[in-house]
Ligand binder design. Structure first.
Ligand SMILES: N[C@@H](CCOP(=O)(O)O)C(=O)O
Length: 431
């Protein structure tokens, strides 16, 4: 399997090279040359398969022979050693909980998978890889955790000062070892732009091997399709058509769900639910893609004004917007609506949703108004404890702190402040 650049100005590469490069030399995102549907028998007997078996069947065609089958199965077993339950909270409304991993966010899946792939590729080599990553909240912690102590890999995380939650900041600034956090005077989009600029900077590239652990990297992006299959396995017995509502920021998660659909998973429709950073809902209304500076919200991991992966979604639909609209609806909600939804879900359903999950819930309910005969699943992308102040203040109850989070509460936060790209470059070249 080869991966080509969506900018079409760079040569195709293997899975291994796409993972090591992160982004193509022409600044395009890598995309698989083909997506071959899995046989019907896979979906007919999916309930008999373990998470590792499901994931292996799904990812094998993309990894090809770059990682031998047994090693790939080991990587998958280590990646997926926690639960992905679908919890029904109302009739025909369920949530897929993606927060049972070490950093309590969906990013754990992609980060752990990618860290192990990179570890495998660099196992016999002396060269050092620098993983550069931008975060609006959850990616940073998951990448720090997934890559901690991986031989030959140094991780540099850029995050926007004052725009991530306290627990998110602790998760990405307290681990030390091969992980460094850079606190950026700006927004997530500024961080993402700096990362992408570094990938084109010959002055940096001639000194170090850089890669990205954002969902622009295929090894971070593609494994996110696994849990859509796990959800399908659990909801299949309902005998209804399934709609997924995905709280969306950088749009890698929903795009991975669409790859699962291309693999043959039956899905009636996708909903991309955003906060007021509504570049995609606006695009769906106007057919015009106008990125804008991001606005800070209580669902901060989705504070993205120029989502990297939307280009992959457009490509999946050959830029045919009418075809895309048949499969995707997109709605945006402000903080007031988000808080009202959190309170309603708590009072009426007895369920504590985090702000991102609440946005997903709102998107789902909007779609279900006109499509009541479907089974709706919204993704709970992170545990409510990661947004402790907002959640406790909104529902008026205390949230217990799980052991994974307790671990980082007393550690000292350490980060380096940077203001612009020049300071990032200076740091990279001096470290
Ligand atoms: N929501 C993200 C932003 C980066 O997204 P990614 O999936 O491309 O890493 C975050 O929490 O950092």
């Amino acid at each position: 399997m080869e991966f080509y650049s969506l900018n079409k100005q760079a040569p195709p590469v293997s899975f291994k090279e796409a993972v090591i490069r992160g982004i193509a030399p022409d600044r395009g995102l890598y995309f698989p040359e083909s997506i071959t549907p899995l046989p019907d028998s896979f979906f007919d007997r999916i309930e008999d398969l373990s998470p590792t078996e499901i994931a292996f069947n799904a990812i094998h065609q993309f990894v090809s022979d770059d990682i031998p089958n047994e090693a790939l199965k080991n990587i998958l077993a280590n990646t997926l050693d926690f639960e992905f339950p679908v919890v029904e909270i109302e009739e025909n409304v369920a949530t897929l909980e993606l927060f049972h991993g070490p950093t309590m966010a969906f990013k754990d899946v992609g980060a752990r998978f990618m860290a192990q792939c990179l570890g495998y590729f660099s196992r016999n080599e002396d060269t050092q890889v620098t993983v550069l990553v931008a975060t609006s909240g959850d990616t940073g912690g998951a990448v720090a955790n997934g890559f901690l102590g991986v031989e030959g890999v140094k991780v540099v995380i850029l995050y926007p000062n004052g725009k991530v939650s306290d627990i998110q900041e602790r998760q990405l600034t307290t681990l030390g070892q091969n992980i460094t956090a850079l606190k950026v005077d700006g927004t997530f989009d500024d961080c993402q732009k700096m990362v992408k600029t570094a990938f084109l900077d010959d002055g940096i590239l001639e000194k170090m091997q850089l890669t990205s652990a954002n969902s622009i990297n295929v090894a971070r992006w593609l494994p996110q399709l696994f849990y859509f299959l796990f959800a399908y396995k659990q909801a299949k017995a309902k005998g209804k058509e399934i709609v997924f509502s995905i709280p969306s920021g950088n749009f890698g998660n929903i795009c991975a769900g669409m790859v699962a659909q291309k693999l043959g998973m039956p899905v009636k429709h996708f909903v991309a639910a955003t906060n007021v950073n509504d570049t995609v809902p606006q695009f769906m209304r106007t057919n015009t893609y106008s990125p804008k500076p991001s606005t800070a919200t209580i669902s901060n991991a989705m504070d993205v004004g120029d989502p990297s992966n939307f280009v992959r979604i457009r490509h999946l639909y050959d830029d045919d917007f009418e075809k895309l609209k048949e499969n995707l609806s997109s709605y945006s909600f402000d903080d007031q609506q988000t808080r009202a939804a959190m309170l309603k879900i708590f009072k009426e359903d007895g369920y504590v949703a985090d702000p991102h999950g609440a946005v997903g819930y709102l998107g789902l309910k909007t779609y279900l108004e006109d499509h009541p005969d479907t089974y709706g699943i919204f993704l709970e992308t992170a545990h409510p404890v990661k947004f402790l102040d907002v959640v406790e203040e909104t529902i008026g109850e205390q949230v217990d702190i799980p052991p994974q989070i307790q671990k980082v509460m007393d550690r000292e936060k350490k980060s380096i402040e940077i203001k612009n790209y020049e300071e990032l470059k200076k740091y990279l070249l001096s470290s």
